[in-house]
Ligand binder design. Structure first.
Ligand SMILES: *Cc1c(COP(=O)(O)O)cnc(C)c1O
Length: 506
């Protein structure tokens, strides 16, 4: 018998203390990352369901038959939600990124199979607002990424611009329903009308908005964006977003069994057990799947609709709030319970509100909004810096505090000029020459050099990992060449999880 060396109660006490330092996951104070249904029973049910299957290995649904039953039910629920027929099949994955990666892998493999032996590089075409998971997929799976500029006013790309880029090397076109950065609904049916006749796969990324839109209030005249549209070949939707499940569960649906089989990896060519994996992992937890399944059972379509209506109501209220704040504006026509907020540039500078200063001021009042950098586009107007709000059912419960806080935060920073990344950079680098030298330094930077640079920016080595004002950090991200900001952010995140140095206090 192995005895425990530490009291479990003390261990959990330590964990609780760590958790207390986290951003609040419940109660609606964080408007990104977490999706709070506001129904405590649902969280308890999800936890119990996950615990029941804790020992199971999701790798093999023939040994652990519960996994097959749960996955079949969850895929069936998603297929109904997105209006798929019997030709639509699917998999449960560990999250939106994995769903997106697999959609790209399948499309690439189908493209290659149809062009046996081609040395050409397949291309992925998508509006520039497509989720970063597709940049990752292109990098992992060796596709050329062809991003189409969007109109800064609407956040959407003209279909003609997408059509122009179609050719025999295009393995996949991706559209969002809606996009994460601007909550824009891409014109799914119009894009399908140009991909379908060419036999090009079309993925609808409904990771964030899928379940909220499918069960949300119908907007009169809203165009179909799911499997009702012929030519949509794959669709991703995250249950750990508006399915209210704990992190680690999403679905990827595919029209046509033969298309979907491209997703699998199988080998009998090793001396171990035959490997057949529909997803990227081998051994995998069944907990998030069981939690999602239990939530679906508990809510049913009606419960999903009720929660989606609450989120939609809160989103409408917040949109109205932002539109009523002098100096701010909502970008485009947001679809689903999310918004992007930018500066109202029609006003004189002293009446404008910088969305990043606004987010910092809101954070000081206890509300976490998400800062998004501005972006230059090839051959098109730049995209504005924005602040993102993901609105959940629980947001409806806190509108009474949130709306005045958003107004107060704007009043506090109205007229304050946006942080100037170039100036900050010159200051940090001791002048414009230093800044120019810095800007070209990414390729020569090793991890110690990157850490030194971060420390000189005040972003590493202090007691707290993150500064309390994020606007200057985002301004730096905008001003630095992406190679350098990416390298520095890698260093920051890697150092955050490094074990403490041996010796000394150990
Ligand atoms: C969240 C999201 C993803 C990626 O999902 P993860 O679950 O974070 O891996 C992909 N696309 C969109 C539109 C998203 O909002």
């Amino acid at each position: 018998m192995t005895e425990l060396r530490r009291d479990p109660a003390a261990i959990l006490e330590e964990l609780r203390a760590l958790r207390d330092a986290d951003a609040p996951t419940h109660g609606g104070h964080i408007l990104s990352y977490v999706y709070d249904s506001g129904v405590a029973e649902l969280d308890a049910l999800a936890a119990d369901a996950a615990r029941l299957v804790q020992p199971v290995n999701g790798l093999d649904p023939t040994t652990f038959t519960s996994v097959a039953a749960l996955e079949s039910a969850v895929v069936g629920f998603a297929r109904d939600a997105f209006n798929g027929d019997d030709e639509v099949v699917g998999s449960v994955t560990s999250g939106g990124t994995e769903s997106c990666l697999l959609a790209v892998k399948s499309a690439r493999d189908a493209w290659r199979a149809a062009r046996a032996g081609t040395p050409r590089t397949p291309r992925l075409v998508a509006p520039v607002t497509v989720h970063a998971a597709f940049q990752k997929a292109a990098a992992y799976f060796g596709l050329a990424l062809d991003l189409v500029p969007v109109d800064p006013a609407t956040g959407s790309a003209p279909v003609a611009a997408i059509e122009e880029r179609l050719g025999d090397d295009v393995a996949l076109v991706v559209v969002s329903a809606p996009s994460y950065p601007f909550a824009t609904m891409d014109p799914v049916a119009d894009v399908a009308a140009v991909t379908f006749p060419r036999g090009i796969w079309l993925h609808v990324d409904a990771c964030i908005g899928g379940f909220a839109l499918a069960f949300g209030p119908e907007h009169p005249g809203a165009a179909p964006w799911d499997f009702r549209v012929p030519g949509v070949t794959t669709l991703s939707a995250d249950l750990h977003k508006y399915g209210y499940a704990p992190k680690g569960v999403s679905v990827l649906l595919t029209r046509g069994r033969d298309r979907q089989r491209r997703q699998y990896f199988a080998t009998t060519r090793w001396p171990g057990y035959p490997v057949v994996n529909p997803t990227m992992t081998g051994s995998k937890p069944a907990g998030p799947l069981a939690a999602a399944w239990a939530i679906i059972q508990a809510l049913g379509a009606d419960g999903f609709a009720e929660l989606a209506a609450r989120a939609a109501l809160a989103a409408d209220a917040l949109r109205e709030t932002v539109e009523g704040i002098e100096g701010l504006r909502v970008v485009g026509e947001p679809a689903g319970p999310l918004l992007a907020v930018a500066t109202d540039e029609t006003l004189a500078p002293d009446r404008r509100v910088d969305p990043h200063h606004w987010a910092d001021a809101a954070r000081a009042l206890g509300w976490h909004l998400q800062l998004q950098p501005g972006l230059t586009q090839d051959g098109a107007d730049p995209l504005p810096r924005t602040t993102h709000l993901t609105i959940t059912p629980v947001t409806a419960d806190v509108l009474g505090e949130l709306r005045p806080a958003l107004r107060a935060a704007a009043d506090e920073v109205r007229g304050v000029p946006a942080a100037d990344g170039r100036m900050l950079l010159a200051e940090l680098a001791g002048g414009p020459e230093g800044a120019a030298a810095l800007a070209t330094s990414a390729s020569g930077l090793d991890s110690d050099g990157a850490a030194l640079l971060l420390a000189s920016f005040g972003l590493l080595g202090g007691a707290s990992a993150l500064p309390d004002r994020m606007a200057p950090v985002l301004a730096l991200v905008e001003a630095l060449p992406p190679e350098l900001s990416e390298r520095l952010l890698v260093e920051l995140l890697a150092r955050v999880v490094e074990p403490p140095a041996r010796g000394g206090s150990r």
